[in-house]
Ligand binder design. Structure first.
Ligand SMILES: *[C@@H]1O[C@H](CO)[C@@H](O)[C@H](O)[C@H]1NC(C)=O
Ligand SMILES: *[C@@H]1O[C@H](CO)[C@@H](O)[C@H](O)[C@H]1NC(C)=O
Ligand SMILES: *[C@@H]1O[C@H](CO)[C@@H](O)[C@H](O)[C@H]1NC(C)=O
Ligand SMILES: *[C@@H]1O[C@H](CO)[C@@H](O)[C@H](O)[C@H]1NC(C)=O
Length: 376
């Protein structure tokens, strides 16, 4: 519903203006990318010494990707940032993580990897295909394939068609499945790096933001979304925002309700008019219908109920028009197609005004009798 969307946007922009007003360190994004960039991360083009921690710069590409640059290992795209767990999930722009892991060196950056495992990278000729070594496709060419094996599982001696490229500690997702998982499965996933400094886990766990204290520059500080370590000007801005946005939201809600209820009231009054109309036009006064003519109505089967009061067809024990039970010796009339039956008086009255069955709304076709009366 359009009105609800407008209302939702209003409330969201209101909430965000409150957040922004509490600190001049804003949340930012890389274009349409939905990764929130905030302390300790900062966009490289938004250098505010209070709003980011050294080494946590992200570069926005012009295709809306956030890019992390490691001093000794080049660039990675950012998939996700978990501020509470202090983890950043990155991937290789060329989609060949094993190649990047072979030369990964995070020294000089604030990032570390928690779990590593000693892997041996092998290069084998394709004669060895079908062996226990699983090729890493993006490192293989037409004659040789590269595979990585946990160093402890390395066969000794190596097959003659293989040689060792290098053995190194490679970051892995966790400690479990230490020796049975193969490299390919492990590293089709992203690389997850963590950081220990700055430690904002306490603030984050309290649903607060972490940042530098303005008065004591090297000190980290937790501040809530509402009351930041903000200066007077920001406080005033916040109050103004509240003063403008508050009534605006209330006004929007009232307007939305008015528009909603106007429609609803119109419907209700239509129904009320229908209810108060005389009984003869009771069925659907809104719909202009033409009833059936007497000869058609008369052509429908009439039954006089016996002692058993059994009504043919899919009918209950009462007439659906007057809602009273059938008694023996009463005359009922049934509509041919749907076999719905009613008191003859009730249905005759109905069919003079409507040409549909009151139960199933099917239009009965003219009876054979009626057809013959039309055709010469
Ligand atoms: C990004 O912009 C630069 C120049 O500003 C351009 O050379 C480059 O092709 C662009 N890249 C993408 C992916 O659009
Ligand atoms: C990482 O790079 C730094 C600087 O080039 C170097 O001193 C260090 O030895 C490297 N570490 C590893 C494990 O290669
Ligand atoms: C394939 O890679 C191996 C090293 O793994 C290299 O010695 C060989 O020349 C490469 N072959 C081709 C056709 O590129
Ligand atoms: C990894 O394991 C291999 C074989 O067990 C060993 O030779 C190598 O030194 C280990 N690598 C590191 C970096 O410790």
């Amino acid at each position: 519903m359009g009105i609800l969307e407008v209302l939702f946007l209003f409330v969201v922009s209101f909430i965000f203006s409150v957040i922004y007003a509490s600190s001049d360190c804003q949340f930012s994004f890389c274009g349409s990318n939905n990764i929130i960039i905030r302390f300790p991360f900062q966009r490289e083009d938004e250098q505010n010494p209070y709003c980011g921690y050294p080494g946590f710069n992200l570069i926005c590409t012009n295709n809306s990707k956030a890019l992390l640059k490691l001093p000794h290992s080049g660039v990675f795209y950012v998939r996700n940032i978990n501020y509470l767990a202090q983890k950043i999930q990155v991937y290789d722009p060329d989609d060949c993580l094993p190649k990047r892991l072979l030369s990964l060196n995070v020294s000089g950056s604030p990032f570390i990897h928690t779990f590593t495992r000693n892997y041996t990278f092998l290069s084998c000729t394709f004669q060895n295909e079908g062996s226990q070594f699983i090729p890493i496709d993006c490192l293989s060419n037409s004659t040789h394939f590269v595979s990585a094996v946990p160093s402890l599982n390395l066969p000794n001696p190596l097959p003659a068609s293989c040689y060792v490229i290098s053995s190194l500690f490679v970051p892995v997702a966790g400690q479990e499945q230490q020796y049975d998982s193969n490299f390919k499965g492990e590293f089709s996933q992203d690389l997850v790096l963590t950081w220990d400094t700055p430690d904002c886990r306490y603030c984050e766990s309290q649903q607060q933001l972490c940042g530098f204290d303005r008065n004591n520059n090297n000190q980290l500080f937790c501040f809530s979304y509402q009351t930041g370590p903000s200066q007077q000007g920001i406080q005033i801005f916040r109050i103004i925002t509240l003063c403008i946005a508050g009534p605006a939201v209330i006004f929007a809600i009232v307007m939305a309700c008015c528009v909603c209820y106007k429609d609803r009231l119109a419907n209700i009054s239509n129904i009320a008019i229908a209810r108060s109309a005389p009984a003869t036009v009771l069925p659907a006064p809104q719909i202009v219908t033409t009833g059936l003519d007497e000869s058609t109505i008369e052509s429908y089967e009439k039954v006089v109920l016996g002692e058993s009061r059994r009504v043919p067809g899919p009918n209950g024990g009462c007439c659906w028009i007057c809602l009273s039970e059938y008694n023996s010796k009463e005359t009922i009339r049934c509509i041919p197609e749907c076999e719905h039956c009613f008191h003859a008086d009730c249905i005759d009255e109905w069919l003079r005004i409507n040409n549909t069955c009151p139960v199933c709304r099917n239009t009965p076709s003219p009876s054979p009798l009626h057809v013959t009366s039309i055709n010469p």
